[in-house]
Design a protein around this ligand. Sequence first.
Ligand code: ADP
Length: 248
Amino acid sequence: ASAKGSVLYLDGVSVSFDGFRALNELSLVLAPGEMRAIIGPNGAGKTTMMDVITGKTRPDEGEVLFDGTHDLTMLDEAEIANLGIGRKFQKPTVFEFHTVADNIRLALKGPRTTRSALFGARNRIPDDAIDEVLSRVRLIEHRARPAGDLSHGQKQWLEIGMLLAQDPKLLLVDEPVAGMTDAETEDTAELLREIATRHSVVVVEHDMSFVRALGVKVTCLHEGSVLAEGRIDVVSADERVIEVYLGR
Ligand code: ADP
């Protein structure tokens, strides 16, 4: 695998905390427009990997390239966000007292776009732009409600919408369906599949039925390295994976 033509390229990435190797020569290549699911038991290094990509944690060793050219190990979190890497953390953080539409409006205003320069003076974002995002995350009918009134799942979608408003090249999503109903989980798989037609996506997730529903290539981490990679039916049948993850 090569860095050229990849949206994300990790090679030999290691991170130690007080001598403990959270990532151990981890390698991962994501093609443009690809959605990848990352699985693995607790402590496998999934969060640390996301932290390395977003600049929250600096690797001790290894290469981390974005779009084949940008060396992410040299950039801070704000610079990495400005390149077009958006991260959705596990817990939803929306502006509860603002309407659903205003949450998207705020996201469309900045911080990473020249839109703020365009619209900032008039302090106005076209409703069309807001509705376009809201329809992508299935919240158009809820546009006038306070975000605090949404269900847990809907808040997760709203926050994903706020990230989409920034038009990221790469979207990192951490355990999106934790705490969701079965119906919301199914809708989230569909929603992410739609998003992946326009953005590259990395999803960390424990819920195997959700990962199956995504239908994308899966990487299973264990002890900071890739244990298995491929189609979910192949990875989930891998004896080593069953031993460390599914069989517990
Ligand atoms: P996962 O997200 O797959 O559960 P993590 O990346 O959170 O795994 O953690 C990998 C390992 O690194 C764990 O054993 C965890 O305890 C350890 N770890 C993560 N962050 C830190 C930190 N800031 N300080 C010390 N140890 C950490």
